[in-house]
Design a protein around this ligand. Structure first.
Ligand SMILES: Nc1nc2c(ncn2[C@@H]2O[C@H](COP(=O)(O)OP(=O)(O)OP(=O)(O)O)[C@@H](O)[C@H]2O)c(=O)[nH]1
Length: 679
């Protein structure tokens, strides 16, 4: 049953073929949507990063420009400090130590309070005169010397742009503030600035913590570019201060020096892809390039995007998963309910089958195998594993019915008609012969599906035996019904049926049919004289005597009622019938049964009326040949009329129906026979 149930489950399972493309379409749509959102967000984020970098760049550039402007203002103020210039002039003229102390104090203030790296007093030829410690020796380096001359000529402070000088271990910015005694040039104050300490704090300020953000101060010098960087990337190799443009390649500093402005993507001296922003200071030859590694800039964004994406995808998958789980759960619940119902039904079916001794089976024509319920297995005498091969089944069929059974099954399979058949099997195991009844129906869902037959099988052996017994009883009963219990010959019912049957046959064959009516004479007197028991015995003996005469097949002796008998002689014409009648009379006479009450003689005698007709020639009042019971009544009436005549004319005689019998008959029953009389 489990196996059967499993097969049914398998065949019941629905096939949701459309589900796969629908899910693929949905996932494709989600993927496309997510990609579009991702693209849009990436663009926006790129824009945000560029804007942020530009803002930082602008702030830092502003700070650097302000710092430069302040230095220039300070230099201008120094140049315009007439007291300081007079003190220099006095010290140069008198060389007093007090004057020197005063000047050194001023230079110390410049270094310590105004944060210059060094401050020198130089003469108009560029020789170093004093610094904050005391007398200085040596002269101005080349660029500073040139700046001094320009400053003195223009009476304006001059900046010596960013450069390296062997005298200093750091990149230097110089400022030369010219000094005049009236209109006489006295020299200048050379303010030395360590570009790192002065500018790096301005360039290192970033709003966010980052390991790759960097702002570089850039200054073009002919075919080279001078750079100043806080070198935040301390793990990297130090960037040279001076970079030939020819070697710049896609370096952001080189690109900026060549005129690229705004945000752009480049590859820096480390070979890293960077996002850079280049801006020019409005009143200086400085450019400020701010850059960040693309990898870092977008890592965050990408991380955020991925987070968003994974969140979105997770949500999508969660929803999809939930939908699938819900759908599966519903399907599972439905399947469980159906399974439960099916199992209940199958249990019920099994119980019903058990109660009715009916088994259920499924025949798979493709596998040539039966899958059977437990009851079906029991009926075929097989173990309850629920399987039987076609070969096993054929071998079980009773040899007498094997060919016919196979033919019936084959026809039902070919025509897909209902199958209902009964046949015998020799049951497996105990080899008992059993009758079974099979009801089945073939079905095939499609050409690709196997041809199946579902059906029931029932062991009907007991029913068959009962039927056979009943048939026997019925036959016996029917025989009893048509048998006279006293004489054990046919009774009137059997006679009537035989007459009707033989009449029809004679009519068909154009043959004659004769009927003899026999009555024991004065039987009442016999009973009265000898008693009823003796009367019964008398009737029995007469019967035996009459039976002994009738040997021809089809002749029938019947007890018509009381002491009256009838003999039906199919095919007998009048002479033949008379001949039989005489022999019958002779047989009774030969019994020589004593009958003291008889008025005829001292023995039992009989009177007989004989009638013979050819039904084909016999015509009724309408001139048509007749058949059936009513027509056959004519034969009875004629025989009866003849018997009546025999009784009336003295008994103990045989009378053939004829003219002298006609008075007893209706004119329409007259027969075309010649009347004759025998005594
Ligand atoms: N013993 C015995 N008597 C029977 C049986 N059937 C009918 N009888 C008797 O048979 C007698 C028939 O009498 P009736 O009909 O007057 O005829 P009958 O005395 O033979 O006179 P006829 O026929 O005119 O010669 C009746 O007394 C019936 O009781 C039977 O089965 N056994």
């Amino acid at each position: 049953m489990k196996m059967l149930s499993a097969v049914l489950h398998q065949r019941m399972r629905p096939r949701a073929w459309w589900l796969l493309p629908a899910v693929a379409l949905l996932l494709g749509g989600i993927g496309w949507g997510v990609y579009a959102i991702y693209q849009k967000r990436e663009q926006r984020y790129r824009h945000q990063i560029e804007s942020s970098l530009q803002a930082v760049n602008q702030l830092q550039l502003r700070a650097a420009s302000d710092w430069r402007a302040r230095r220039q203002s300070e230099a201008v103020a120094l140049s315009q400090d007439s007291l300081f210039a007079q003190a220099v002039a006095r010290w140069r003229a008198a060389g007093s130590p007090d004057g020197e102390v005063l000047l050194r104090e001023r230079l110390r203030i410049l270094v310590e309070q105004q944060r210059y790296t060094a401050a020198y007093l130089v003469d108009a030829q560029g020789r170093l005169l004093l610094d904050s410690e005391g007398v200085a020796t040596g002269g101005l380096p080349g660029p500073e010397q040139e700046a001094l001359q320009r400053a003195l000529a223009q009476a304006q402070p001059e900046i010596v742009e960013l450069h390296r000088d062997p005298s200093f271990a750091f990149p230097v910015l110089g400022l030369l503030a010219p000094l005049f005694d009236g209109s006489t040039p006295l020299g200048a104050v050379w303010l030395v600035i360590d570009a790192r300490t002065a500018l790096f704090p301005l360039l290192e300020t970033w709003p966010d913590h980052s390991s790759t953000t960097e702002s570089v101060l850039v200054q073009r010098e002919g075919d080279a570019v001078v750079t100043l960087s806080p070198l935040r990337l301390r793990s990297e190799e130090r960037e040279p201060l001076r970079l030939p443009l020819a070697e710049g390649g896609r370096d952001p500093m080189a690109l900026a020096a060549e005129g690229v402005r705004g945000a752009f993507y480049a590859s820096d001296y480390r070979g890293q892809d960077v996002l850079a922003v280049a801006s020019a200071a409005p009143d200086a030859p400085w450019l400020l390039v701010s850059k960040i590694d693309v990898a870092e800039a977008f890592t965050d964004a990408q991380r955020r995007e991925w987070l968003m994406l994974s969140l979105f995808v997770s949500l999508g998958l969660l929803s999809l998963g939930s939908a699938v789980v819900f759908w599966q759960w519903r399907a599972w619940r439905r399947e469980r309910a159906l399974k439960g119902e099916l199992e209940r039904n199958l249990r019920w079916l099994e119980n019903a089958q058990k109660a009715a001794s009916v088994g259920y089976f499924l025949y798979d024509a493709g596998d040539e195998a039966f899958i059977m319920s437990r009851m079906a297995s029991t009926i075929f005498g097989l173990p309850a594993d629920g399987r039987m091969t076609l070969r096993q089944w054929v071998s079980m069929l009773h040899p007498d019915e094997r060919a016919q059974t196979l033919q019936i099954h084959g026809r039902a399979m070919a025509q897909r008609t209902l199958l209902r058949t009964q046949y015998r099997i020799r049951r497996a195991g105990d080899a008992q012969e059993r009758w079974i009844e099979v009801w089945g129906e073939y079905s095939q869902a499609s050409d690709a599906e196997p041809l199946l037959m579902t059906g029931t099988v029932q062991d009907i052996t007991e029913r068959k035996q009962t039927e056979e017994q009943l048939t026997r009883y019925r036959t016996a009963l029917e025989a009893q019904v048509r048998l006279d219990p006293l004489t054990q010959v046919a009774n009137r019912l059997a006679l009537d049926e035989a007459v009707t049957h033989e009449w029809s046959r004679a009519l068909r064959e154009g043959a004659a049919l004769a009927l003899l009516m026999i009555d024991v004479d004065h039987f009442k007197a016999y009973n009265d004289y000898y008693g009823h028991v003796a009367g019964d015995q008398c009737l029995q003996r007469v019967t035996v005597a009459l039976s002994s005469v009738l040997g021809r097949a089809g002749d029938l002796l019947a007890r018509y009622g009381g002491e009256e008998f009838a003999v039906l002689l199919p095919g007998a014409d009048a002479p033949s019938a008379l001949s039989v009648a005489l022999r019958l009379e002779e047989a009774v006479r030969a019994l020589a049964l004593e009958h003291r009450g008889s008025e005829c003689c001292g023995n039992v005698t009989v009177s007989m009326g004989v009638a013979s007709l050819q039904p084909a020639q016999y015509a009724g009042g309408d001139g048509q040949a007749r058949a059936g019971v009513d027509a056959a009544q004519a034969l009875f009436q004629q025989a009866d009329a003849a018997l009546y005549t025999a009784k009336q004319t003295g008994r103990n005689r045989v009378v053939l129906y004829g003219a002298d019998c006609m008075a007893a008959l209706h004119p329409s029953e007259w027969a075309p026979l010649t009347p004759a009389r025998f005594q």
